[in-house]
Design a protein around this ligand. Sequence first.
Ligand SMILES: *Cc1c(COP(=O)(O)O)cnc(C)c1O
Length: 385
Amino acid sequence: MSLIDHYAQQLDALKQQGNLRQFTANRQQGRRIQIGGRQMLNLASNDYLGLASDIQLREQFFDETPNAQRWMSSSSSRLLTGNFPEYEQLEASLSRAFHGRAALLFNSGYHMNIGILPALSDSKTLILADKLVHASMIDGIRLSAAKYVRYRHNDLHHLAQLLQKYHEDEAFERIIVVTESIFSMDGDETDLAELVRIKKQFSKVMLYVDEAHAVGVRGAQGLGCAEQYGVIDEVDLIVGAFGKAMASIGGYLICHPVIRAYLINSMRPLIFSTALPPVCMAWTDFIFQKVLALNPQRQHLQRISQSLRQVVAAKGFDCPSSSHIVPVIIGESQKTVEKAQALQAAGFYIMPVRPPTVPQGSSRLRISLIASIEQAELDQLAALL
Ligand SMILES: *Cc1c(COP(=O)(O)O)cnc(C)c1O
């Protein structure tokens, strides 16, 4: 067997299970996506507020930003010469919005999650993580020297039991509890107020909450579930990503200033990677200022999400979601792919999500609702499910 045959066989096996992944060429215009000559409403991106697809926003931004300020590369990490004013401005904006807490930017949500956890952990650290946290946090945990225990998904009672058990254990000087606020595949959410209440009973515990799917869409100003539940000051480490509702790129951390300074001295993906182009930071700040004022769109998104979730549940599907991410859990991969193809033929671009992204036997359609969807479109989608 040649070296290449080994990989070819594995690809064949994936194909037989209906789990082969491939890139798809597409063209996009506004909310619409064109694939293979077919125009569809795009319900597979994470552009929840429609800001990434809004051409007027881009025009306004570029009109306001002269070429001299459009740096397309920062040409080094921030610790060398990459720390352009756009970085400090965006961090200052975040800090102002998040009650004066410190803010730190990263090249992506993935960099952020694989970098922060290893930097803050050593062999005297225990990480307790929700069973369904995003792959980037799993990778961060794997890169760390911490001991790692998972708690049952969204089972805060189980978490409290584990905290009771390990908090007295002298092997651990600190415990980091890791979760998402809105989960990316089930669209369900952590009870952050209860999580904070539990954490406060234990002195060695820090909370790490990933708001990638909540920033922009939750809270009066779109700062995420931490704002919605009034716990911005109580979550030790709030992280989020700008690539979803925020229509940009990068990750951010809201934390204590000492943690920020420590990460600048220890976090490898921050130290050893070229910082994003300054123009991206300027764009993120531009979008961030807009997002603060989009509460009507957020409320609309909540209303239409609730109505779609009711339809999905009424059709007999399991519907764990309480957000704008609405999974339709079918089970078998091949069936899920076929259902997605039927919806696409009807003009709705919805993608199947299969293992290993989700557990075996829980393949699903993942509907990402967007604030600009109209009632008639929603009714038509509902009828097709
Ligand atoms: C998308 C996502 C990330 C990764 O963010 P990127 O900026 O896309 O790298 C991290 N965490 C969660 C929960 C996500 O959904």
